[in-house]
Design a protein around this ligand. Structure first.
Ligand code: SF4
Length: 345
C-alpha cells in the first residue's frame, strides 16, 4: 500500500464534513480556499456560508459593491483577500465570459492565488494532478521520510515540492490532496501528533527514531542588525592614527582608524560635533576634506560606514598608534577600510 492509499483510507473514515468538499464548482472551491488562507476552518466556515449564500456564483460576486463584500468579510482580517476576490470575479466575468479558468497556469495567474491555492483548485475542481504543498505537507513528509532539509530554505522547499508531487495519486489527486491536508490538521499536528492512532506509524522514520519533536527543521532567520560606524582619517600630510581592534565582535585583532559609533543613522552635521569632542581633535583647527559613505554587508549585519578625511596642521598627542602614511599597507585592515586607504595613499 502506498502512503497515498493509507492517507486516503484514513480520510474516508475521518474527514470532517465541510461544505466546500461536497462540490466541484471551481468558484465555490476558490471562495473557500481564499477564505481559508491565513484562517482556521472553524473561523472561516461561517464566512464561507455567508458568502456562498449572498453570492452563489461568480456573476453575482462580480456585480457586488465593495461595501457589500467588505461588510461580509468584516472580522476576517487580511482584507486584500476580499479586494482581490472582487477584482478576479470582475475580470473573469468581463474577459472570460464568466467561466472560471480550468487549467493550473491560468488559475495561478489569478490575483491572490499562489501555487498552493492553484493546486487545490486545479485538483478539487478539475481533477488535475497537482500536489498541494503547504506547512501540513512539509511536516508530514519531513517526519514520515525523516527529511532534515529546512522547510524554509530554497533547497528544502524544492525538495519537498518534488517529493509531494512524487507521492501524489495522479488518478485521484483531489482526494489525495484533501486527505494529506486533513491528516496534517487532525492527526500529524505540529505539536503532540497522535502517533499512537496513526496508520503510517509502522513506516514513519520520525516516529521510529523518536525524532518527532525535531522534525520538520526550520532554519532560524537571522535578524539583520544595522551598525553605524564613523571612521576618522586624521592626516597632517605625513602621518595617520590607527588602532588595533580588540578580540571581541567583528574584525577581531585587525587595525582600524579612530572610530565613533552611533546607535542610529545621523547626518554628517550631527557627527562633526562628536568628532570635535574626540580626544584627537579637541581644541584644534581642522579642515574636513572629504566624507565618503559605503554600506558593507556581512551575514547578519549591515555596516553603514562613513569615512571623514580630516586635515590638520600637526598630529596631536593621543592614545592611538601614529604611523607614516606610506606604511599603511603594513597593517591588516578590514576590507572596507583597506579599500578606502588604498584610494587615498
Ligand atoms: S507516526 Fe506520528 S509523526 Fe509519523 S506520520 Fe504518523 S502522526 Fe505523523
Amino acid at each position: 500500500m502506498t502512503i497515498s492509499d493509507t492517507l486516503k483510507n484514513w480520510y474516508k473514515n475521518n474527514a470532517r464534513d465541510l461544505p466546500w468538499r461536497n462540490t466541484n464548482d471551481a468558484y465555490l472551491i476558490w471562495l473557500s480556499e481564499i477564505i481559508l488562507q491565513q484562517t482556521r476552518v472553524e473561523q472561516g466556515l461561517p464566512y464561507y456560508l455567508a458568502f456562498a449564500k449572498a453570492f452563489p456564483n461568480l456573476q453575482k460576486l462580480s456585480k457586488a459593491s465593495e461595501d457589500q463584500v467588505l461588510k461580509l468579510w468584516q472580522g476576517l482580517g487580511y482584507y486584500s483577500r476580499a479586494r482581490n476576490m472582487m477584482f478576479t470575479a470582475q475580470q473573469i466575468a468581463n474577459h472570460n465570459n464568466g467561466i472560471f479558468p480550468n487549467n493550473y497556469k491560468d488559475i495561478l495567474a489569478l490575483k491572490g492565488v499562489g501555487p498552493y491555492t492553484a493546486a487545490a483548485i486545479a485538483s478539487f475542481a478539475f481533477g488535475l494532478p497537482y500536489a498541494v504543498v503547504d506547512g501540513n505537507v512539509f511536516r508530514i513528509l519531513s517526519r514520515y521520510y525523516g527529511v532534515e532539509l529546512p522547510i524554509n530554505s530554497t533547497k528544502g522547499k524544492k525538495y519537498f515540492e518534488v517529493l509531494a508531487q512524487k507521492v501524489l495519486d495522479i488518478e485521484n489527486p483531489a482526494t489525495h490532496n484533501q486527505a494529506i491536508m486533513e491528516f496534517g490538521s487532525l492527526l500529524c499536528k505540529p505539536k503532540n501528533p497522535d502517533c499512537n492512532s496513526c496508520p503510517l506509524s509502522d513506516s514513519c522514520v520520525a516516529f521510529n527514531q523518536k525524532r518527532i519533536a525535531l522534525l520538520p527543521i526550520k532554519e532560524k532567520k537571522l535578524k539583520i542588525q544595522n551598525r553605524y560606524l564613523h571612521y576618522i582619517l586624521l592626516n597632517d600630510g605625513k602621518r595617520i592614527f590607527i588602532e588595533k581592534r580588540d578580540y571581541s565582535g567583528i574584525w577581531k585583532g585587525l587595525y582600524q582608524l579612530p572610530l565613533i559609533e552611533t546607535v542610529e543613522n545621523i547626518t554628517v552635521d550631527n557627527v562633526i560635533p562628536l568628532i570635535m569632542e574626540n580626544e584627537i581633535l579637541k581644541n584644534q583647527d581642522f579642515e574636513l576634506k572629504e566624507v565618503r559613505e559605503k554600506i558593507h554587508k556581512l551575514t547578519h549585519r549591515n555596516l553603514h560606514i562613513r569615512f571623514y578625511w580630516i586635515e590638520i596642521a600637526e598630529m596631536p598627542k593621543a592614545n592611538y598608534l601614529s604611523i607614516l602614511c606610506s606604511d599603511w599597507n603594513d597593517y591588516a585592515f578590514p576590507q572596507p577600510i583597506h579599500q578606502f586607504l588604498s584610494s587615498i595613499f
